[in-house]
Every structure is written in structure tokens, then in C-alpha cells.
Design a protein around this ligand. Sequence first.
Ligand code: ADP
Ligand code: ADP
Length: 228
Amino acid sequence: MIQFEDVQKVYSDGTQALNHFSLKINDGELMTLIGPSGCGKTTAMKMINRLKEPSSGKIYINDAPVEDYHIHELRWNIGYVLQEIALFPHMTIEENIAVVPEMKKWRQSSIRQRTAELLDMAGLDPSVYKQRKPSELSGGEQQRAGVIRALAADPDIILMDEPFSALDPISREQLQQDIRQIQQEIQKTIVFVTHDMDEALALGDRVCLMKEGQVVQVDTPQQLVLNP
Ligand code: ADP
Ligand code: ADP
């Protein structure tokens, strides 16, 4: 479980990014954070793996404050997928996927097996794609590779920050379906940031609607549509 308790974030230039922000995200839940640009979605998400620190308030993972975890423990157990494609350009797809498993000192045979499994799951034929460099993949394929890289070392939590916003509508819809399917298979906690309401409603088990650093409403997509 991930919990934000009365979190405030004021940046050094005085910008208040989060204001009395409280939210509970259950294990195995896909929570979408939705709201206009600048409402604090990314700031909130980055506090989960301590890329940002709150000015006041607390963030808990499994009832322990995030600052009680070793920073490596957080980074290794929380997969992170960004809008900007963040695959390492000089590495093959296989090498990209292996980065965190290698840091965790997995056996080479396990890493190879895991890589093939994940490529299959993402619809990327391992015999073709594992030797390719990111530049030899389409935008949608690169995003898919980015998603499976985040899953590689079996993290408990996956953070996704507008991972599909640069894609055409068809690739985007395909990837949304993939994410839903992956989430149903692996039952991980996923926090997904988007400013696209259709995407938030299509993906979320629940949707957290934000405005000016505050939570406006947290509900299932069905309830949100019925009681906007
Ligand atoms: P969102 O992800 O919803 O677009 P952000 O969390 O990125 O929102 O930003 C929330 C607010 O904080 C915005 O007004 C943004 O300009 C501001 N902000 C974000 N990062 C910084 C920073 N490092 N320094 C100052 N202001 C920032
Ligand atoms: P913090 O360490 O406070 O969480 P960062 O390290 O992300 O913030 O940002 C450091 C500085 O970068 C900020 O004080 C700000 O001047 C600048 N900055 C970064 N992103 C933004 C943004 N979106 N809007 C305004 N300023 C920003």
C-alpha cells in the first residue's frame, strides 16, 4: 500500500505544487492521477521513489515512511516509466532490460530467460528484438520495451508518467490494452499519471482527480462518470 498523508510541496521559487494532498493506493491497484498540466501529478509520483521530498507531510509504503527505506531498495523495487523514452541508446534491448536484474546480481541464465519472457509478453519476438538497439525500434515498440524494462526485476510498484503521450492514437490504445493485461497478470500496484481523461478512465481501477495540488475526487471510473 502507498499512502500520502497531508503532503505539502512548495518549491524553492515559492510554487506550491501539492497542498494537503492525501491519498491511499491499495496493493495490486492501478491508480491513475489525472488533472491539468501543473496540478502536481508528477511531483506526487516522484515522492514515492524519493526523486522529490515533501515540504511537510508523510509518504508511506507498506506502513513504513519512505525515508526509512534505503534509497537503493526504493529504486530497485519501484519500476519507473517516463514520457521521454529513457532506454539507453548504446545498449541492445536485452542489455537495457538486464540493467536492474544485473544490479540485483541475478544469474545470467535467469536474466536471459526473463528477458525472453518479457519480450514475448510485449509482443516483441525475442529472436528479433533482443539484439536490436533502441533506434532500430518504432516509437511504440520503444515504449513497450521501456515498460517491460521497468518490470524486469519484478518490482512491487510501477510508476508511469504519461508514458504514451508522444504516440499516435492507435499505438496508444494498443499500449493501454497491454498495460491492463499486464496488470491483470502480474497484480502489481501501478500509479499512472496522465492528463487525458479517456486514458485515465480506460486504465484506472480508480482515478484520482487533481486540481491545483489537491485531490478533487477519488473514485472508480464508473462512479466518476456517474457522479462527476
Ligand atoms: P503535473 O505533473 O501535474 O504537470 P508538476 O508536478 O510537474 O505537475 O508541477 C506542479 C507545479 O510545480 C507546476 O506549477 C510546476 O511548474 C511546478 N514545478 C515542478 N517542478 C518544479 C521545480 N523543480 N521547481 C519549481 N517549480 C516546479
Ligand atoms: P526539488 O529539489 O525542490 O524537489 P528540483 O531539484 O526538481 O526541485 O529542481 C531544482 C530547481 O530547478 C528548482 O528550484 C527550479 O528553480 C528549477 N525547476 C525545475 N523544474 C521546474 C519547473 N517545472 N518550473 C520551474 N522551475 C523548475
